[in-house]
Design a protein around this ligand. Structure first.
Ligand code: BGC
Length: 760
């Protein structure tokens, strides 16, 4: 509820991040003897301790109290003068002690702006789901490094990115911001992005902590789940992203978990995050997610964000009163301030202060990063009869629907990046929060026309299916664009494409058998017309360069290599909750969402129930063919490694995502199989590449809540090499192979580290 509101490429990524960072930072301050915490030779913990020791009570209190960085007409409040216009947040530092202010910007696809006349132009990455669909850590890192560089150049030192809410609910309006349904894939990809952002010496968040997997009733709903299932699903994704990304801050979520609000859950914030995972940074609240002073502070919330979003200034004067009366121990307030400072020292926020220098942004280079991400993550779902890639000798092409003449769709809400050049389709509803509905000015139609200078490329807006069908009939090939606008604060009522686009596609496909469907959707959709069309490309929200990116893939300049980070269900009836809880929303009504599926999320649920989806998790076609072979698996010192060969048996170069699944033959898991490792490999035609994946022991174990250990059961396990989750289920077919390994009983600590002795 808002007011309407492998390594070779690494050097290139580092060049992007650090080049921009160096260009826009003020020189590091010298450390006067009176300010020992400014000595960069000391560790972050020591520096934070020294700085807290020098702070007054009021200075500590300032550091834990955040403001919205924008004027809020509904509450008649103005942003602090020092905040950047139309920004997400601002926190006063302690200039007297050399501690800078915190300037916060959303979010995961680039530097976003709150609505208003002063939106800053930014480069938008494709949606987080698109980046997850790349299955390529380097791409995720590079995207993070790029948007982090823009954040720094605009004078922000905190980026509210790192969204990794597991996709339990394909109708969730914010799925486009996240990393899909598998904890390993989502955690790894988002962790890499966080690392990229923070390479700019700024802080990234990890959010939303935790189990905030639908938008309907997000501030009132109560998720019911047991500790074991949570640790093996949503929390595992967050845990992996935390380990790989080392974010400076974690944002707690709006929802309740087992009766307690995310931002006052000592279980989530203190036990899981700070004690079990050893998180050293600070927990900030989501905007409007705080409900108390002492309960929240004592549970582990370190900073209230975005005032005046909350009903009360809980961490303002009431916190001072609580500390002075001992309801919140002084030591706890010190810890809150120390955690914020720890992250600021650790990630370079103090030593490399931000200084706005937007003119240094290399928008051309950043556009290339966005385009590469988009093209690496688009998923070719279907391609029969060789319709794609499009033939350049074609004479008459029809491009239909989806505002393809103007641009490409973006997701709505706080993460919205405003493009240079403005909204390509202004005026669509809703114009205000969570709108505006934004189309980036990168037209697929124009990009197609440019590639076919001699052909007749005609556009029809698709509003009249009969007229669109007439154009389709007169054309050699048809590309029909379908869009689904999703965004923050609302869910989709169902998985169907909105605005009768299914009718349009069916009409066009009936008129011309050579119909290619390009989807720009927030997540999975149903496709009643699928059997009637030869080709479907899932282009997600493809970002600033979307039109070019789509055309490049349609014409085969780039071979598609995205694979689904989430199952596409055949219907809502296949979901753990066929009807969305709390939909339609009743304001302020508390309700339960029972995660009865436990850790069996996404493809695991489908496997468990023997359901056949429309498209399985991991699915993605290419313009070439691959064979996966030579699988061998070995266990050394309890560590499972699988090696295999990927051959390109087709005619063009391409990238395959080899997926390793593991199935217990004796033990019982939440589902028959889990993704245990993956590797994206680039293979020339006729060539073969060998790859090895090492399996995180948590993916071979069950979490035991009582002992806080991950326990591997002694027995045989099938290791399966596959190109998607459905193939893994069959464990056969031209691309799949399997082998059996024996694992001894073993125990790992809560972070998956081997425990000496016990069971090993
Ligand atoms: C969202 C957060 C976002 C914050 C600041 C909230 O509504 O849930 O993800 O970072 O606003 O804009």
């Amino acid at each position: 509820m808002r007011f309407k509101k492998q390594i070779s490429v690494l050097s290139a990524a580092v060049a992007i991040c650090c080049g921009s960072a160096l260009a826009t930072e003020a020189s590091a301050p010298a450390a006067p003897a009176s300010q020992p915490w400014m000595n960069a030779q000391l560790g972050a913990a020591e520096r934070a301790g020294l700085a807290v020791g020098a702070m007054t009570l009021d200075e500590k209190l300032k550091l834990v109290y955040g403001y919205l960085g924008a004027d809020m007409d509904a509450k008649k409040t103005k942003r602090p003068a020092e905040a950047h216009k139309q920004s997400a947040g601002f926190i006063y530092g302690v200039p007297r002690l050399g501690i800078p202010h915190l300037w916060e910007t959303d979010a995961g696809v680039g530097v976003a702006s709150q609505a208003g006349p002063d939106a800053r132009p930014g480069t938008a990455l494709p949606s987080g789901l698109n980046t997850a669909a790349t299955w390529d850590l380097q791409t995720a890192y590079d995207g993070g490094a790029m948007i982090g560089a823009e954040a720094r150049a605009y004078g922000f030192n905190v980026m509210l990115a790192g969204g990794v809410n597991l996709m339990r609910e394909p109708r969730n309006g914010r799925n486009f911001e996240y990393g899909g349904e598998d904890p390993l894939l989502a955690g790894k990809m988002v962790g890499a992005q966080i690392k990229g952002i923070q390479s700019n010496r700024i802080v990234s968040t990890l959010k939303h902590f935790a189990l905030n997997d639908q938008e309907s009733g997000r501030t009132t709903l109560n998720v019911k789940i047991d500790d074991r299932s949570a640790r093996m699903s949503d929390l595992l994704a967050l845990q992996i992203a935390n380990e790989d990304g080392n974010p400076g801050s974690v944002m707690c979520s709006y929802n309740r978990v087992n009766g307690v609000y995310g931002c006052e859950s000592s279980y989530l914030l203190t036990e899981v995050l700070k004690q079990d995972w050893g998180f050293k940074g600070w927990v900030m609240s989501d905007w409007g997610a705080v409900h108390s002073t002492a309960p929240a502070a004592n549970a582990g919330l370190d900073q209230q964000s975005g005032m005046p979003f909350d009903l009360s200034d809980y961490f303002g004067p009431p916190l001072k009163e609580a500390v002075l009366n001992g309801w919140v121990p002084q030591a706890r307030l010190d810890d809150m301030a120390r955690r914020i400072l720890h992250a600021m020292f650790e990630h370079g926020v103090v030593d490399h202060p931000v200084a706005p220098a937007a003119h240094t942004i290399d928008f051309k280079a950043h556009a290339a990063v966005s385009k590469k991400d988009a093209q690496e993550g688009m998923v070719l779902l279907k391609n029969s009869a060789g319709v794609l890639p499009l033939n350049k000798a074609v004479k008459r092409v029809a491009v239909i629907g989806g505002y393809a003449d103007k641009g490409v769709l973006a997701g709505g809400g706080s993460s919205l990046v405003y493009p240079a050049g403005g909204n390509a389709v202004p005026g669509l509803l809703p114009k205000t929060w969570p709108g505006p509905v934004m189309y980036y000015p990168s037209s697929p139609l124009k990009a197609i026309q440019q590639r076919l200078p001699k052909a007749m490329v005609a556009y029809n807006d698709g509003s009249d299916p009969a007229a669109a069908a007439r154009l389709a009939r007169e054309s050699d090939v048809v590309v029909v664009f379908a869009t689904q606008w999703t965004g923050e604060g609302f869910d989709m009522p169902n998985l169907a494409l909105p605005d009768k686009q299914d009718v349009l596609i069916a009409a066009v496909a009936a008129a011309n058998a050579k119909t290619v469907v390009v989807l720009e959707t927030g997540g999975p959709v149903t496709m009643p017309w699928l059997a009637k069309v030869p080709a479907v490309l899932e282009a997600w929200y493809p970002g600033s360069e979307g039109g070019e990116a789509i055309a490049g893939v349609l014409f085969g300049e780039v071979n598609p290599s995205g694979h689904l980070p989430a199952t596409f269900p055949a219907s809502e009836a296949q979901l753990p909750r066929p009807a969305l809880d709390g939909f339609p929303e009743v304001a302020d009504r508390r309700f339960d969402v029972d995660y009865h599926e436990g850790a069996a999320v996404g493809y695991k649920w489908f496997d468990l129930k023997g359901l056949t989806p429309l498209f399985p998790f991991g699915h993605g076609l290419s313009y070439t063919e691959f064979s996966l072979s030579g699988l061998s698996a070995a266990v050394k010192d309890g560590v499972l490694q699988a090696s295999f060969t990927v051959k390109n048996v087709g005619k063009v170069a391409g990238k395959e995502v080899a997926q390793v699944y593991v199935a217990p033959l004796g033990a019982r898991w939440e589902a028959p199989r889990r993704l245990a490792g993956f590797q994206k490999v680039d293979v020339k035609p006729g060539a073969a590449v060998k790859a090895t994946v090492t399996v995180d022991p948590r993916l071979l174990a069950d979490y035991d809540s009582a002992s806080k250990t991950w326990k591997v059961a002694k027995g045989d396990y099938k290791v399966i090499l596959a190109a998607d989750a459905a193939q893994a289920a069959e464990a056969a077919g031209s691309k799949a192979a399997s082998t059996v390994v024996h694992l001894e009983a073993a125990s790992y600590d809560v972070n998956g580290k081997p425990l000496r002795g016990a069971g090993r």
